[in-house]
Structures are given as C-alpha cells and as structure tokens.
Ligand binder design. Structure first.
Ligand code: AMP
Length: 207
C-alpha cells in the first residue's frame, strides 16, 4: 500500500504516521525528519535546507524531488510506504506521479487555532524526534524523552512567527493538492482534531 498523509502542520501527521506504519509494516517516510537529521549532521542537503526550515519556508522542489526519488527506490519500499510531508506542492505531486503509483491520499483536517495550540506547546526530542506537549503529553521526567533519554527542545520552526508562516505556506502551496487528489479519486478526509486513538482507528479503517 502506497499512502500519502496530507494536512496542515499540527494536524498529527507525524504521530499518526508512526503508529499506523508500525501496524502496517511499511516504512514511514517523513521528509521533515529526513531534513532535520541531515541538518543536525550538517550534510550538504541539511545545510541548504536549514535556512528554509527555520523560517517555516519550503525547501526547493528539485531538492525534495531528488530526495524522495532516492528514498523510495530502496528495498524496504517494495511492499509500500507512507509519505508524511511529501508532496507539498503541485510540482512535487506531478513528479511523484512519474516515479510511483499511489493508492490512497488521506487528509487530516484540523482548525487553524487547534494547529497553533498544538504546535506552540510542542516539545520534540533532540535525538529521536519523539513529540510531547506541555499540556497534553508530558514526559515522565521534565525535559527528558521517555523513549531515549534525549533532551526535549522547542523546534526552531515551532516558534510563533514560524508557525504562522508554515500555516500560510500550507494554505498557498499545499492546500491545492486536496483538489488535485480529489479529482483523481484518491482522497479521503479524516477529522484530525479528535483524540489520538480515534483518529488512528479511522485511519486504519480507511486503509
Ligand atoms: P515537517 O516536519 O513535515 O513539518 O517539515 C518541516 C520542514 O521541512 C518544513 O516546514 C519545510 O521547511 C521542510 N519540508 C519538509 N517536507 C518538505 C517538502 N515536501 N517540500 C518542501 N519543504 C519540506
């Protein structure tokens, strides 16, 4: 099964992707995670991407398309994959169509106010990327990741100005993908504003 998970920042794509790919036994391909790792390792791609990411802007299409082309060629993608954060523009979607068939596109819908509240309270493990929230998901020990003991930080792009910019970029660049995939008959919309388990249940049912 080849799946795309769409939705604005804060819709829960990362959290849901991790849960459902474990159950489905397919790789979770998060372009944001790949770029953050590249950036912390200071690879050429990471150094280029960091400036765009910190400001909440999109990394240029040609870099992203090459990254995905290489990633989905790998052996672990033979039985399928879930794309989280790609495509984010129409040119990315068109390029993807040339390199892979897609079975389903799921959009997680969420109100902007809920997205801002989720993102501004988010804390992320510097080492493994696990996510917490100052109100809704506390770690057992303040500031420390339950899973790996890493330090919990505020992502540069989870700061107020970057959040607003990311939501604006989503409206302008990514939202047109909803119509694009609807016309192809691939789109399913799920309410992402509910409790995590309810959303997971709907996602698995629709897959
Ligand atoms: P995410 O973790 O998916 O919210 O992505 C974090 C940041 O990585 C985004 O705000 C962009 O700067 C960059 N990024 C991730 N995926 C893409 C993509 N498909 N196209 C362009 N930029 C991307």
């Amino acid at each position: 099964m080849r799946i795309i998970l769409l939705g604005p920042p804060g819709a829960g794509k990362g959290t849901q992707s991790r849960t459902i790919t474990k159950k489905l036994g397919i790789p979770h391909i998060s372009t944001g995670d790949i770029l953050r790792q590249a950036s912390s390792q200071k690879t050429p791609l990471g150094l280029k991407a960091k400036n765009y990411m910190d400001r909440g802007h999109l990394v240029p299409d040609d870099l992203m398309i090459n990254l995905i082309k290489e990633r989905i060629k790998r052996e672990d993608c033979k039985k399928g994959f879930l794309l989280d954060g790609f495509p984010r523009t129409i040119p990315q979607a068109e390029a993807l169509e040339k390199i892979s068939h897609i079975d389903k596109v799921i959009k997680l819908r969420i109100e902007s106010e809920v997205a801002v509240e989720r993102l501004s309270g988010r804390r992320t493990c510097k080492d493994c990327g696990a996510m917490y929230h100052v109100i809704y998901i506390s770690p057992k020990r303040e500031g420390i990741c339950d899973k790996c003991g890493g330090e919990l930080i505020i992502r540069e792009d989870d700061r107020k100005e970057a959040i607003l910019e990311r939501l604006e970029v989503y409206r302008e660049e990514t939202r047109p993908l909803i119509k694009y995939y609807e016309k192809k008959g691939l789109l399913v919309i799920i309410d992402g504003g509910r409790a995590k388990q309810e959303v997971t249940g709907d996602l698995l049912a629709s897959i």
